[in-house]
Design a protein around this ligand. Structure first.
Ligand code: ADP
Ligand code: MG
Ligand code: ZN
Length: 613
């Protein structure tokens, strides 16, 4: 259908302007003009002038009488007076030879009244409606007519524009290797054709947010030096049914014209969700779009060199049809980076900032277990920002340490007011954690202890640093972690005999580990290797749902509680044995506010401390 062009200034504007002018005339101009011609007099004057024979003409209205008489200057002028109950008036006028008449009340013709009461309001309302629908359309579709479909939103990226190569992606070696084959295919498709090997039509990048999926797709286009069509799943979903499907059709048509090229559908779960039955057709549009995508993927000839990449962090919600061979048959995991990967990512991003050249990236990487590429990029930037704030021309190790803490615990709350008593409790709490951690085997060494409050609400924390990469967690390690978490509260109990809210986060984490031990890791005596919980949505936090009877659930709770209880007892025991050190270390921390792992170990292993050092 053709685009209907709307006039530049709709009719309604003219109507409004005309109305405004009329209004102004009515209120200001007309009354003034009338006033100058009509003079109001009293009834007596009127009668007197009639008797004198000065009135030539009179018009009697329901409430007033208008008459014509000469004014002082001898000119005919209109006078007006109120009408009185005067039965003799007619006779008087007759006697004075006045031309007079009663005004016949005006009756609107049926046609006029019909126009006024029906047609006019309807016309006005339809005009208003038209105006609103225009405005609405402009907001949704950039002014296009509702019926114009085939507008294409797939942006064409020329190879040079993505500007990314595999060198920009640190770590992720497996993903790069898998994608390298696609790059090779786009470079020399004949090599594959001659052997009769078919290239996969599509590859699905799956992984948690911020691990570099979008970056990898761009890098593939950059490496292969081919056009890059990028579209986000949400862009397919439109107000009007059928638009998404039309977009998919257009996208593939364009891609086939530009082959060899890469089509990248980001966040494909928006359109690729499982089509489920039983619901009302509330998702018609999405299903149509998905169906169109499936059809297009079957329809095109991959030997031409169109490769479809897609990214998602919710692969478990994708429709099975999307994943079958011939569509997205290759799944490329893009996991959170390991220690080596984290270090590499830090180095890549540190290439953009000015450092003093003595940064221990390995230490930063060890302190950031579980961080994604995006978070690491953020840490590098925070470090640079911190250097600027401190007025330094170069980024030093301390900036990185601070940046890591900012990402973990938020900024320092410089102005926070904390009473001495509270500070003391916090110091004992943190030393409790550190001491318990240090006195256990299979526990990561203490790196730093601080009681400087942070914006996240933490009043202090103890940072432990794994020495290397760990992939497996033994039952003992899991249990020792719980013991370490309970160490803070144990110290508070032993020293102050009170319970504070400062342990709330510890309690949460300890419980989470204990639960996982029982329900998922098979680390409890009672349940052996029985899976009691299923984990869904693993890349976005992971939602665990119990898969057992209520009776079992109650027993799980009992088991979790007994693990935590014995951990708590163990922590109290360790602290009781090291009471002297606890006091010494807490006093030292209270004075210094932040102490390093080395200082901590020195005091712990030394026989005496000199507070004034
Ligand atoms: P997502 O997986 O959510 O699509 P992105 O690809 O958008 O993540 O990554 C966000 C940012 O994180 C990138 O622009 C990049 O700066 C950084 N990043 C993530 N992973 C890496 C990596 N492996 N190497 C270098 N930078 C990375
Ligand atoms: Mg992304
Ligand atoms: Zn704590």
């Amino acid at each position: 259908m053709d685009k209907v062009k709307s006039p530049k200034k709709p009719l309604i504007y003219y109507c409004m302007i005309a109305l405004l002018i009329l209004l102004l005339l009515n209120t200001f101009v007309f009354p003034a003009v009338m006033k100058s011609q009509v003079t109001e007099v009293d009834y007596g004057t009127f009668l007197a002038r009639v008797e004198k024979g000065e009135v030539t003409k009179a018009e009697i209205d329901e409430h007033e009488i208008a008459f014509l008489a000469q004014n002082d200057e001898g000119k005919d002028s209109i006078y007006i007076t109120g009408r009185m109950d005067d039965p003799g008036l007619v006779e008087k006028l007759y006697a004075a030879d006045v031309q007079f008449t009663q005004v016949i009340p005006q009756e609107n013709s049926p046609l006029t009244s019909f126009l006024l009461t029906w047609i006019l309001p309807i016309a006005m309302f339809s005009l208003l409606g038209l105006l609103f629908s225009r405005m609405l359309q402009k907001k949704m579709g950039g002014g296009a007519n509702a019926m114009t479909f085939s507008q294409n939103k797939a942006k064409v990226y020329v190879a040079a524009q993505t500007g990314k190569t595999f060198a920009d992606v640190a770590g992720q070696d497996e993903a790069k290797e898998a994608l390298g084959e696609i790059v090779d295919f786009l470079h020399s498709p004949d090599k594959y054709k001659s052997v009769g090997a078919l290239m996969p039509k599509g590859a699905l990048l799956v992984g948690p947010p911020g691990t570099g999926k979008t970056l990898l797709a761009k890098a593939v286009a950059g490496e292969a030096n081919v056009p890059f069509f990028s579209i986000s799943g949400s862009e397919f979903i439109e107000m009007f049914v059928g638009m998404g499907a039309a977009r998919v059709r257009d996208l593939f048509k364009q891609a086939q014209e530009k082959a060899p090229c890469i089509v990248f559908i980001d966040e494909i779960d928006t359109i690729g969700k499982k089509r489920d039955s039983g619901q009302f057709s509330s998702n018609d549009e999405r299903e149509q779009t998905l169906n169109q995508l499936l059809t297009e993927m079957d329809g095109f000839d991959s030997s031409k060199g169109v490769v479809i990449l897609a990214a998602t962090n919710r692969p478990d919600t994708l429709d099975k049809a999307l994943l079958r061979p011939g569509r997205f048959d290759r799944r490329i995991p893009v996991e959170l980076p390991d220690l080596k990967g984290r270090e590499a990512i830090l180095r890549v991003h540190a290439g953009n900032i000015v450092t003093d050249g003595h940064i221990d990236y390995n230490a930063v990487a060890r302190a950031t277990a579980g961080a994604s590429g995006a978070e690491l990029a953020n840490i590098v930037n925070e470090a640079a920002l911190h250097a600027v704030r401190e007025g330094r021309p170069q980024v030093v190790q301390n900036d990185f340490d601070e940046a890591v803490e900012v990402v973990i615990a938020g900024y320092q709350r410089k102005g926070a007011v904390i009473s001495p008593k509270e500070k003391q409790i916090v110091a004992y709490h943190e030393i409790g954690h550190a001491l318990v951690a240090a006195k256990q085997t299979d526990s990561a060494p203490v790196h730093k202890i601080t009681i400087v409050p942070r914006t996240s609400g933490a009043l202090g924390y103890t940072m432990q640093l794994e020495e290397g990469e760990t992939n497996l967690m033994s039952k003992e390690e899991a249990f020792n972690k719980i013991v370490t978490f309970t160490g803070g509260r144990s110290a508070e109990e032993l020293i102050f005999g009170t319970f504070t809210s400062g342990a709330s986060n510890d309690i949460e984490q300890a419980t989470r580990i204990a639960r996982a031990m029982v329900t998922r890791l098979g680390m409890s005596r009672e349940f052996d290797m029985m899976a009691l919980e299923t984990l869904s949505n693993q890349y976005l936090g992971g939602d665990a749902s119990l898969a057992c009877s209520p009776e079992t659930a109650a027993r799980i709770d009992g088991e979790v509680l007994s693990i935590i209880k014995s951990a708590h007892e163990k922590a109290v025991g360790i602290l009781k044995e090291n009471m002297e050190k606890l006091h010494e270390l807490a006093a030292y921390l209270l004075e210094k506010e932040t102490i390093s792992g080395e200082e901590f170990m020195e005091i712990l292993n030394g026989s005496t401390v000199n507070l004034k050092k």
